[in-house]
Ligand binder design. Structure first.
Ligand SMILES: *Cc1c(COP(=O)(O)O)cnc(C)c1O
Length: 367
């Protein structure tokens, strides 16, 4: 079976993890801080706070911004549910905005009509590793005095106009789940140039503890969202390889694009001049008359793993029921949910695999 994704862990990384395990310093050692410094350098941002998952990062971002009951947060209608779930968890209301079918990110022309007196923040998602239109989002946020918490969970290294995503808003959140370009097993990070927000997140990550003037005090109702040291050393080793990982992913995507460009019922990812796409997922859109789920089964019978790309949140039982959402208000999100297809991506996918996958796809509907 050609897997959809497969983490790449180098021999060196494994050795380093074993070293940490043998040292006995499993938490709150030196590697968490080292990983944070490496992330700051890579993203060109002042503060990085590594945490136990991408979802923990998003949760802490909203807590730090003091988003709470009565507040609204604008979220794209097509994403991984964690984006909206954290809004629910802090007691606020996610307000869904439809996406574009060209970048699968929030349609910035529809944000303003979703803003109310209660709106506090926008959470753009850089879906599949494609940057959302950050120039427009920053403009709107400034005009309406809204905060931006970027869900860059699957977009480490992606850029909008030569600036890395996750660094446009007050806060940026990333995931190191094995499906992402670099992994620590479970893991994530919040980045920010705002020292005060960074300090708040630091405290909230660690039970609300403050160490001011050598004294331990509890100054907030915090959580334990810390990352272990053996995960951090794994992250450090993985981050050393990220440039190569991204180059390889772009090459793989280009090969797919080339193989599939003449297949008129498959729309390959749009390439923008002013954005750097890192292809966390290689995601294509099928014509409406093609049965995506049947295609997934067919590919499976040919030893190719594939899947839908992301969820249309207004179609999910929880959100649909709670907010009485109409699917017809989010046509693009629903279309991407029904007709989107994620194909194998990563350094386990060979050129021969890409040709095989593309040819298999093409034969499915050839009669
Ligand atoms: C992966 C992902 C998350 C969740 O990250 P975890 O580390 O699995 O908690 C959230 N949002 C998006 C867009 C993601 O791709």
């Amino acid at each position: 079976m050609i897997k959809l994704a497969k983490p790449h862990i180098s021999g060196k990384a494994i050795e380093k993890v074993v070293e940490v395990l043998k040292s006995g310093n499993l938490v709150q050692g030196k590697y968490v801080e080292e990983f944070e410094n490496a992330l700051c350098d890579y993203l060109n941002v002042k503060n990085a706070i590594v945490v136990s998952s991408g979802t923990a990062a998003l949760h802490l971002a909203l807590l730090a911004l003091e988003i709470k009951e009565g507040d609204e947060v604008i979220v794209p209608a097509f994403t991984f549910p964690a984006t909206a779930n954290v809004v629910e968890v802090v007691g606020a209301k996610p307000v869904f905005v439809d996406i574009n079918l060209s970048d699968f990110c929030i349609d910035t022309s529809k944000i303003e009509e979703a803003i109310t007196k209660r709106t506090k923040a926008i959470m753009p998602v850089h879906e599949f590793g494609q940057a959302a239109k950050m120039d427009e989002i920053v403009k709107i946020a400034n005009h309406y005095n809204l905060k931006i918490a970027e869900d860059a969970a699957c977009a480490l290294g992606a850029e909008f106009e030569n600036q890395k995503v996750g660094t446009f808003g007050e806060l940026g959140c990333f995931s190191f789940h094995p499906r992402k370009a670099i992994t620590t097993g479970e893991g994530g990070v919040v980045v920010t140039s705002d020292d005060e927000l960074a300090q708040k997140i630091n405290v909230l990550r660690n039970h609300g503890i403050s160490y001011k003037d050598g004294k331990v005090d509890f100054i907030a109702a915090g959580l334990n969202y810390r990352m272990t040291d053996f995960q951090a050393i794994l992250g450090i080793c993985q981050l050393e390889d990220i440039d190569n990982i991204i180059i390889q992913r772009i090459e793989t995507a280009n090969k797919y694009n080339n193989e599939l460009k003449k297949t008129n019922w498959i729309k390959t990812p749009h390439v923008y001049e002013n954005r750097k796409m890192v292809y966390q997922t290689y995601h294509v859109l099928l014509d409406d008359d093609k049965d995506r789920d049947k295609l997934v089964d067919y590919l499976k019978s040919k030893e190719i793993e594939s899947n839908l790309g992301a969820q249309a949140l207004p179609c999910l039982t929880y959100y649909k029921t709670k907010y009485k959402l109409k699917e017809s208000d989010f046509p693009n999100a629903v279309n991407a949910y029904k007709q989107g297809l994620a194909l194998p991506m990563g350094d386990h996918v060979t050129t021969e695999d890409i040709t095989y996958i593309s040819n298999t796809l093409k034969t499915m509907f050839s009669g």
